[in-house]
Ligand binder design. Structure first.
Ligand code: MLT
Length: 264
């Protein structure tokens, strides 16, 4: 049996997620933006925790192919190319570019989750693609909700809950749930088919609408609009060939099992 655990970012540490496949959701809007950028041909996304680090990373790469994106208080950062609206990351602007991005909560959650055996980027846009990928694997799963300044946000908990619910419905024999994972899976059922309403009525959704980003909410609510699996490894997020992620992991697990048997 594989265990699925749910964590708000503040509770994530290397020990808890070690050896698991981590999945990180920041529905409004960092992980949605990352998924959209990659789906529109972005070569790789480099998430960083602060503005200084973002500039340092850009300097270390060839400026020509690199764009700098992100937000503070929801708004584009001075001197950056883009903000954190998924609508900014069109194919015309992002194809074949590397995106260095820093956001208030989402990129911090991703960087924390990098200590897992594999780290995947989740949004409503790629819910089923991530579900399919996880079903192909063998490891335990850590589902991480980015939240807001240390607090839980309803939209991240619901997205995580829907993922957990889909996994359990499709393979009940594979999974057991931690108490928190069961709670968010149950919570998500109240919002089934009401994504847009959920985002519009959430505190951060209301804030984004108030500062002029209301149209982002429909984009962030668009379930399964992008069938991609973004994998964060070696400091970069790229689209994973689902099978190879799974096969690598299975091979790793087989090697691990053999080593454990040899020790006995
Ligand atoms: C974050 O990382 O806190 C968010 O993505 C904020 C936003 O809506 O831009």
């Amino acid at each position: 049996m594989r265990t699925i655990r749910f964590f708000p970012t503040a509770e994530v540490n290397g020990e808890k997620i070690e050896g698991t496949t981590a999945v990180v959701a920041d529905v409004l809007r960092a992980t949605t933006t990352i998924v959209r950028a990659l789906d529109n041909g972005c070569l790789a996304v480099i998430p960083v925790v602060d503005v200084k680090k973002a500039h340092d990373v850009v300097r270390s790469l060839s400026r020509h192919d690199v764009v700098l994106g992100g937000e503070r208080k929801g708004r584009k950062i001075d001197g950056f190319d883009f903000g954190n609206s998924p609508q900014e990351y069109t194919r015309e602007r992002i194809q074949d570019k590397v995106l260095v991005i820093t956001t208030t909560n989402g990129t911090k959650a991703l960087v924390r989750a990098a200590k897992a055996a594999a780290t995947l980027v989740l949004s409503f846009l790629n819910l089923t693609a991530i579900t399919d990928c996880l079903l192909e694997q063998e490891s335990d799963v850590s589902v991480i909700a980015a939240g807001n300044a240390g607090d839980r946000s309803i939209e991240d908990s619901v997205c995580c809950g829907l993922l957990i619910d889909q996994l359990v419905r499709r393979a009940p024999e594979q999974f057991s749930l931690s108490a928190d994972a069961a709670k968010v899976a149950a919570l998500s059922q109240n919002y089934r088919g009401k994504n847009h309403q959920l985002l519009s009525e959430s505190p951060h959704g209301e804030y984004l609408a108030a500062i002029g980003y209301e149209s982002d909410l429909a984009v962030c609510a668009d379930i399964d609009a992008c069938g991609i699996v973004p994998l964060y490894a070696d400091g970069r997020i790229t689209i994973s060939e689902k099978k190879s992620l799974c096969q690598n992991e299975k091979a790793e697990n087989r090697r691990g099992k053999k080593a454990r048997l040899r020790k006995k």
